[in-house]
Design a protein. Structure first.
Length: 306
């Protein structure tokens, strides 16, 4: 195979993934009455916004974006979220985990770096019920984590918002079954078949701007059990710990209390692609909440997590 043939194959591969995702977006609008796109400010949800724009061009994205705000976010991701929403002309709904805690619906986790990942599921489920959304579109991918590898494109949730991995519907010949009973809803994952490398190559191809946090920068971090956690008001230093300035970037965005940085000199998308190609640690290898138990992600998903 000649070099030009390899380049063409790469482009056709991304085109196939893009077409599949666009088809799923259109299926969502065709089958559901009130969908919503879950937006975190991370690279996957940013790609979803671009795909939604393409799916419904020249019209406006026909559903709102919703951010479940844990209150432990990186400032860069929030600034980017607000900029993107204004740029694409989308409607944004923000639901805060702090409001859920204040209402007595959830209890704040204790410890030196408390995570709100578990309790944000309550905020999400309350929002879906309150606003009567019947499909929540998310950027989860099967290559991220073994529990997510069990997902279908259309992931059924019961009237308690729970996911049963043993009761997933078959999806043969690109046929997606969105039928549900009153009170049930679906999570939909248009980029399920994408890999981390596919996402970065698509971002490069589409020239999509990203939050600066994805690129190499200086930041004060503390090394806790091999994870570089950013300095923030949400983290308490343990005895013997101290912050130090390092040159880092983030492969994935979550709470500041549980998302580890990686030391990196990558200052461009091309640099990141090269780095990902040679990485020996998975994308979510820097997420402390995924390491709490062997089935941490699956347990959260069963309870209503994204």
């Amino acid at each position: 195979m000649k070099p030009n043939d390899i380049h063409s194959y790469s482009l056709s591969h991304l085109k196939l993934l893009e077409s599949e995702a666009i088809y799923i977006f259109r299926e969502v609008v065709a089958q559901f009455e009130k969908p919503v796109l879950l937006f975190s400010g991370g690279k996957d949800s940013i790609c979803l916004v671009r795909l939604a724009q393409k799916a419904f061009y020249p019209g406006k994205i026909p559903f709102p974006l919703m951010h479940v705000d844990t209150g432990h976010n990186f400032k860069e991701s929030i600034d980017y979220r607000d900029m993107l929403v204004e740029q694409v002309g989308a409607d944004l709904i923000v639901k805060k985990v702090q409001d859920t805690i204040d209402a007595g619906r959830a209890q704040e986790e204790k410890g030196p770096n408390p995570s709100r990942n578990a309790i944000q599921s309550i905020t999400l489920l309350d929002a879906l019920e309150e606003l009567k959304f019947d499909a929540a579109i998310g950027g989860a991918r099967r290559d991220e984590e073994k529990a997510r590898a069990k997902e279908r494109f259309f992931s059924h949730r019961d009237d308690f918002g729970q996911w049963d991995p043993k009761n997933q519907r078959p999806e043969l010949w690109n046929l997606y079954n969105g039928k549900k009973h009153m009170g049930e809803h679906f999570r939909v994952f248009p980029i399920s078949n994408w890999t981390e490398m596919d996402v970065w190559q698509y971002i490069a191809q589409e020239k999509i701007p990203l939050p600066s946090i994805y690129f190499s920068h200086k930041r004060e971090v503390v090394d806790r059990d091999g994870m570089l956690l950013a300095k923030s008001d949400f983290i308490t230093l343990l005895k013997g710990e101290e912050y130090s300035e390092r040159v880092v970037r983030y492969r994935t965005l979550g709470d500041m209390t549980c998302t580890g940085a990686v030391e990196s000199a990558a200052i461009s998308i091309e640099d990141i692609i090269q780095e990902v190609a040679s990485a020996r640690v998975t994308e979510r290898g820097g997420r402390a909440d995924d390491k709490r138990s062997e089935a941490a992600m699956e347990e959260r998903k069963i309870q209503g997590y994204f």
